[in-house]
Design a protein around this ligand. Structure first.
Ligand SMILES: Nc1ncnc2c1ncn2[C@@H]1O[C@H](COP(=O)(O)OP(=O)(O)OP(=O)(O)O)[C@@H](O)[C@H]1O
Length: 306
């Protein structure tokens, strides 16, 4: 697999406090990678180190197959980002704002601005000034500003933050389009797992500065635990029977009459018939799967993600 970004054991301390600890990440070319973690987990700091906005303490960053030296700037023209994106002028329109920031980067190309606005779905001939924009429109303008020069790699910090469900769905569609139709590699961060759903191809879970897990989104779904849920009349006796007679080890009792079996050596049919044969009354038996949120809670030692 070809990677657009790779980091190796990236570390950063602020005032003696480790905020990024030995983070190795691998972002495949042309795919959408979601960096997921709670507020303060270290996501923005990682993104800033990738962009050379913050100096790393140790470790390495490889962008487009080049190991980055500190203060090496040429490569950043190939990256568009919304991190530390300029505060837009509240009394200017979208085109005027994009023109100001294009001029700062070099030169103003009206066609590129028109195209970028088209991609994010903002009108070109629009008199509306920035202060009258909704949050969703503001986020789109930040993305338009990041893509004006058609960079290969896009880095968006919390692009769905604060948006309502429709705004999130629209942002998801936009980001997927940038990846699928325009072939961009995209790194986004979020503190909400639900905002990443149906959007990212890969996921990296950051907790207290550490990468807890990095895998494809599909793999993540497969990693969720399956279990059998039983509702029984005599939970104590059934619990003992499962342990002693059927040698089932991993059993939880979340509620008085409920038993969850994580050790899936028996299927529901066989388990039901064994319990029946042993004389137990089973009110309910079903195969269940932990939600992704539960899985993260487990992974982060009970803290959960959002
Ligand atoms: N310039 C700084 N000086 C000191 N501490 C900082 C600085 N920038 C960030 N931190 C601290 O580093 C930790 C990680 O912050 P970071 O912004 O990377 O987290 P995050 O995962 O992006 O969170 P959020 O979603 O809230 O932005 C936090 O504890 C933060 O307070």
């Amino acid at each position: 697999m070809e990677y657009t970004i790779q980091t190796y054991e990236l570390c950063k301390k602020y005032e003696g406090c480790s905020v990024v600890r030995n983070v190795s990440m691998h972002i495949p070319k042309g795919q959408i990678y979601g960096l997921l973690g709670r507020n303060g987990a270290g996501k923005t700091t990682i993104m800033k180190m990738l962009l050379g906005l913050v100096k790393k303490d140790s470790g390495s960053v490889t962008l487009f197959n080049q190991v980055m030296a500190d203060y090496q700037s040429g490569i950043y023209a190939r990256i568009g980002s919304t991190i530390e994106s300029p505060g837009f002028y509240s009394n200017l329109t979208a085109v005027e704002n994009l023109s100001v920031f294009s001029r700062l980067r070099g030169k103003v190309d009206r066609n590129k601005i028109r195209k970028a606005l088209g991609v994010v779905g903002l009108p070109y001939q629009d008199k509306k000034i920035f202060s009258k924009y909704s949050l969703g429109m503001k986020q789109r303008l930040a993305i338009a500003n990041a893509i004006v020069n058609d960079p290969e790699l896009l880095i968006f910090d919390e692009p769905t933050n604060g948006l309502d469900p429709i705004g999130i769905a629209e942002m998801r569609t936009l980001i997927r389009r940038l990846s699928h139709e325009c072939g961009k590699t995209i790194l986004i961060s979020s503190h909400q797992l639900s905002e990443m759903e149906q959007m990212v191809d890969w996921i990296g879970i950051i907790h207290e500065g550490r990468m807890l897990e990095e895998c494809s989104y599909q793999q993540l779904e497969e990693n969720r635990h399956s279990y059998i849920r039983l509702v029984v009349k005599e939970p104590e006796q059934v619990y003992e029977y499962l342990k002693k007679n059927l040698s089932i080890e991993n059993i939880k009792r979340p509620e008085a009459s409920v038993i969850e079996i994580y050790d899936l050596k028996y299927g529901t049919l066989e388990l039901n018939s064994r319990l029946f044969a042993a004389g137990f009354a089973v009110a309910e038996i079903s195969k269940c799967q932990n939600s992704l949120e539960d899985y993260f809670k487990e992974l982060t030692g009970g803290a959960g993600i959002a």
